[in-house]
Design a protein around this ligand. Sequence first.
Ligand SMILES: NC(=O)c1ccc[n+]([C@@H]2O[C@H](COP(=O)([O-])OP(=O)(O)OC[C@H]3O[C@@H](n4cnc5c(N)ncnc54)[C@H](O)[C@@H]3O)[C@@H](O)[C@H]2O)c1
Length: 256
Amino acid sequence: MERFKEKVALITGGGRGIGRAICVRFAQEGANIVFTGRNNDENVAETIRQVEETGAKAHFIQSDISQVPAVYSMVKEALDTFGQIDILVNNAGIEINAPFWEVQEKDYDAVMDTNLKGMFFLTQAFVRFVKENNRTGVIINNSSVHEELPFPNFTPYCASKGGMQMVMRNLAVELAPLGIRINNVAPGAIKTPINAKILSDPALLSTLKNNISLGRLGEPEDVAAVIAFLASDDAKYVTGSTYYVDGGLTFHYTEQ
Ligand SMILES: NC(=O)c1ccc[n+]([C@@H]2O[C@H](COP(=O)([O-])OP(=O)(O)OC[C@H]3O[C@@H](n4cnc5c(N)ncnc54)[C@H](O)[C@@H]3O)[C@@H](O)[C@H]2O)c1
């Protein structure tokens, strides 16, 4: 299936985890890929290898999403490289584990600036490009089940993801007349480095699995598949929605 032939996808945080799976999925479906990340390390080389293996082109931009001038340069570099951007995936994100009463200002700022401010201004730069060139575009935010579900000890993370939900809903209304669709994907419990602590602790892992209706963690490819659907014309009547990719975790309820 080549739903993204002659398209260019810009993906933040594509060096590993869900971001890498998104890069590879879009490449498999015919898109050329621009992806970003803070460090140019062996993870980046591996994403490039996997993208190029599909026959697609890959361009990496070393950039910190929490810095607004860097975000604007990111779009310029992507356009200088491929001349167009059709799909934006706001994927990069961080979380910090701390009880509410111990959260430091610098940690609050890091989470909010990476997860919310970065996607806000990158989306703005993408929308300006689409508008000024009379093109269409599609945006998918990788938010989290925690745009809805409480997560004790992760309050800044939940605030950032809840913010992504309202930015998405607002922009669905505001950008529809420009021919731009925007949706969120809300993953829950995916096997990536962000969950390294849980994955290496059998007791924590067992408790988590008991809270997931499907009884297992998700793979990064499970999330990438839904993001690809939302980016494609198969979802041409979908905007302003959040799609949960969580094995049933969010509304799991049992009395046994
Ligand atoms: N894994 C899960 O269970 C899960 C669940 C819900 C939501 N998510 C969300 O999915 C997204 C991807 O997470 P993941 O699980 O792949 O984790 P990950 O830690 O493997 O990947 C995060 C990516 O974001 C990049 N990144 C972080 N800060 C950045 C910055 N300042 N500038 C540029 N890039 C930066 C990292 O380099 C990395 O590539 C995140 O937004 C996360 O909140 C993940």
